[in-house]
Design a protein around this ligand. Structure first.
Ligand SMILES: [Ca+2]
Ligand SMILES: [Ca+2]
Ligand SMILES: [Ca+2]
Length: 310
């Protein structure tokens, strides 16, 4: 049976009042023993980085099985065992980009007889973001390129390396003429950084998620607005750069109903070159060209213990 360090839990909350403990958790639980575990789990969660840490967004309130408390998160769970909360298991995402097919080249050629598309592929998770640029030449209708490029890694460092679901995967597709690819990449990175800052600010205002109700999706609406909102901002940022804008597309992945306990990667759809793919991002730029980008997205359970940060 678990034993609860009430004094330590109260001190982590910065109070010595049991009544305040009940207020902070927002739980209607009547047992001080259970309230203390709920609060200790909340404090532990904040010490792993809260939503910006490996656990990410909460997907359940604290549930008791007998005398043991468990709270599930998008990236794992915190269980109150013996006399301390422990962060366990980490669900992580790996995204590999497998190349593309050009369904239709642009309507006119400029400096060369073929198209020179480049893709700024962005992945945004609650615990970080990344932009990868891939550029090509001699592309015409029906051209295919295959490759395996890691967009988001499943690493070995429990606290930092991995992307925790949900994830927004997006692409801004450009056709190179006289512009600077570096400048275009810089602009989309800046939009992503600003989105992350907005999320940080709002997350701090919302607080430690100790008492928020869990809705139909893992990602709260305010966060969804920001993470979906960066796509049109990419479009605006890329205007007038000297390269043609083919278009943008993005999709929110793994924003499941929290009741689902076993998340799964999408089913395999087919092969692009030699590689299985399970996700496609189409970009239809009309007269600027039309493309399909292929991805393989995998989910991993890493079974690591998550240590709180100092
Ligand atoms: Ca052409
Ligand atoms: Ca061109
Ligand atoms: Ca062009």
């Amino acid at each position: 049976m678990a034993s609860v360090q009430l004094a330590k839990t109260l001190s982590d909350l910065g109070t010595n009042s049991v009544r305040e403990l009940f207020n902070r958790t927002g739980s209607s639980e009547q047992s001080v023993f259970k309230q203390a575990q709920i609060a200790a789990i909340g404090s532990f969660y904040l010490k792993t980085g809260g939503i910006k840490g490996p656990l990410g967004l909460p997907v359940s309130n604290v549930k008791f099985t007998g005398q043991t408390a468990v709270r599930r998160f998008a990236g794992g769970q915190i269980a109150y065992q013996a006399s301390d909360p422990k962060g366990e298991k980490q669900l992580a995402v790996r995204i590999n980009y497998l190349g593309f097919r050009c369904l239709k080249e642009s309507n006119w050629d400029q400096s060369t007889g073929s198209d020179e598309p480049y893709f700024l592929i962005g992945a945004v998770a609650t615990n970080g973001s990344k932009v990868v640029r891939r550029a090509y030449s001699s592309i015409n209708t029906n051209s295919v390129r295959t490759e395996v490029t890691d967009i988001a890694t499943v690493g070995i460092s429990g606290n930092r390396d991995n992307f925790t679901p949900p994830i927004v995967l997006g692409v801004a597709a450009m056709e190179h003429d006289l512009g600077s690819k570096d400048e275009a990449e810089k602009k989309v990175r800046k939009v992503l950084e600003e989105a992350e800052e907005k999320v940080d600010k709002l997350a701090q205002a919302v607080g430690p998620f100790l008492g928020i109700p869990v809705g139909n999706h893992v990602m709260p609406d305010w966060m969804r607005d920001i993470y979906i909102g960066w796509l049109p901002e990419w479009g605006v940022a890329l205007l007038g750069l000297g390269d043609d804008e083919i278009g943008q597309n993005s999709k929110l992945l793994f924003d499941y109903n929290p009741e689902i306990t076993q998340w799964q990667a999408p089913a395999i759809i087919g092969k692009h070159g030699d590689n299985d793919y399970n996700f496609v991002l189409p970009v239809d730029g009309g007269k600027e060209g039309k493309y399909e980008l292929f991805f393989l997205i995998d989910l991993f359970t890493l079974s690591q213990e998550i240590q709180p940060r100092a």
